[in-house]
Design a protein around this ligand. Structure first.
Ligand code: ZN
Length: 440
């Protein structure tokens, strides 16, 4: 991955913004869950962009301390009043049915029906997203406003779903680099029509993989599209022998709103990945906050459980409960924009750019400063466009390239962005003032 690659992507950012938004639109209507045809359909769309390999793990398979549940599929669901009017229709929003509801066909009084209805009294216009994976029951979700209007009546309730032995679907995409050392990028494909959590993560991961496929890579990359929690547990259970190769990584979720960036650090808190992300955000024009690892949130909980302890961070925008639309019908295209998706993609790419290019150099003329002027490396001789910052970067690199500071260390010390440091280092190598070194 070269400086020119990053610059090219940056100059095409509007195209990415459009394409990412379009991909999200195509996935939005599908009713996904932790298993079932909605997941397969979503992975079929991803497979048109990157050649993911899809695995099916049978129901009842024991995975770590868990068991793969039955597979859930749904055709239709509605509630009709006694005059035959449909008052809740699954076809209008797949959030209307509690995810993993068992099939039901019954006539109920209002009081009986109410026991199975979920609403958000605090956000009366929104439909909540509710799941019921590990105990068999059924339910509907609706806006609290609509709930208050329900009248005494006999209601016909139909959920045409199936909960049967089947399999859990997950997909993986492996990209070999020069090294066997891997960077893991994991996202979850189990949420139905919800944009920020987590179609944004699915779309970003797909595009990141597509871009990296075409670039020269030092690291190998592994991309996972899995159902949250049970998918991470399944993958970890089946792939334990691969884990020692994973050096860094990120869980990708909540990357599509226009809020400030949030970086949740790895469990280690001081890995190269942490430094790289914070360096990128510090040198960007985005506002951001850094939070320590917590055993809450998404699949970092599994990857960084003590028995695995992988250094997996999480680069997000506004996350989880911090946006009011979280897990509601409000998490839609009013919240998520193509532009924000593309900005987040760039932060991921710039972080990867650092990991790909960070290395140690040695100043070839360490006694006194080498004369830059006669080599066209000082002032604007040779290239009028060279920024003052690059000259400053040159001075920092020459002084600190003594075998104990990497390019990222020098970027940190000088407060000059990594790309400028890398560009100046390339120039110094060209002029034989810098040679590859290894860490002292
Ligand atoms: Zn969620």
């Amino acid at each position: 991955m070269e400086i020119a690659d990053i610059k090219k992507i940056e100059s095409n950012i509007d195209d990415f913004s459009e394409q990412m938004y379009y991909l999200m639109k195509s996935m939005y209507p599908i009713c996904r869950s932790i298993t079932g045809n909605g997941v397969r359909q979503t992975h079929d769309i991803i497979r048109k962009i990157i050649p993911i390999e899809t695995k099916e793990v049978p129901s009842n398979t024991k995975v770590l301390d868990w068991v793969i549940p039955k597979e859930w599929n749904i055709n239709d669901a509605y509630i009709k009043n006694s005059s035959g009017k449909i008052i809740i229709n699954f076809k209008d929003s797949n959030l209307h049915v509690v995810n993993y509801s068992k099939p039901i066909k019954a006539k109920l009084s209002l009081n009986e029906l109410k026991k199975h209805i979920h609403t958000l009294p605090e956000q009366p216009d929104l439909i909540p997203y509710v799941t019921m994976y590990y105990h068999e029951d059924w339910g509907f979700c609706m806006s609290h406003k609509q709930f208050l209007q329900l009248e005494e009546d006999e209601y016909e309730v139909v959920i045409d779903s199936s909960l049967e032995d089947g399999s859990l679907t997950y997909s993986e995409y492996y990209l070999k680099g020069e090294l066997d050392d891997e960077i893991l990028i994991s996202t979850y494909t189990c949420h139905p029509s919800l944009c920020n959590d987590n179609l944004s993560g699915v779309v970003l991961t797909t595009f990141l993989a597509e871009i990296l496929t075409k670039l020269k890579r030092k690291y190998s990359y592994r991309f996972l599209f899995i159902p949250e929690t049970i998918g991470a547990i399944t993958w970890l259970a089946l792939n334990e022998q691969k884990l020692s190769k994973i050096k860094y990584g990120s869980v990708v979720n909540c990357v599509g709103d226009s809020g400030d960036f949030t970086y949740k650090k790895t469990r280690q808190g001081n890995s190269l990945f942490d430094t790289a992300v914070i360096n990128v955000l510090t040198n960007s024009n985005h506002n951001f906050s850094i939070i320590d690892f917590t055993p809450t949130g998404s699949d970092e909980r599994q990857f960084s459980s003590p028995g695995f302890n992988l250094p997996i961070g999480n680069i997000m925008r506004t996350f989880d409960h911090n946006f009011p639309e979280y897990h509601t019908s409000g998490d839609n295209f009013d919240l998520v924009k193509g532009e924000s998706l593309a900005e987040s993609l760039l932060v991921y790419l710039k972080t990867i750019f650092i990991l790909e290019n960070n290395c140690y150099f040695l100043n070839s003329i360490p006694k006194g400063e080498p004369q830059l002027g006669k080599r066209g490396l000082y002032n604007s001789v040779g290239n009028k466009q060279r920024k003052k910052n690059s000259i400053l970067a040159t001075q920092w690199i020459l002084n600190f390239s003594d075998g104990s500071n990497s390019l990222l260390d020098i970027s940190e010390k000088s407060k000059i962005d990594f790309e400028t440091i890398k560009e100046s280092a390339d120039l110094l190598v060209e002029n034989k003032l810098l040679k590859k070194g290894s860490r002292k």
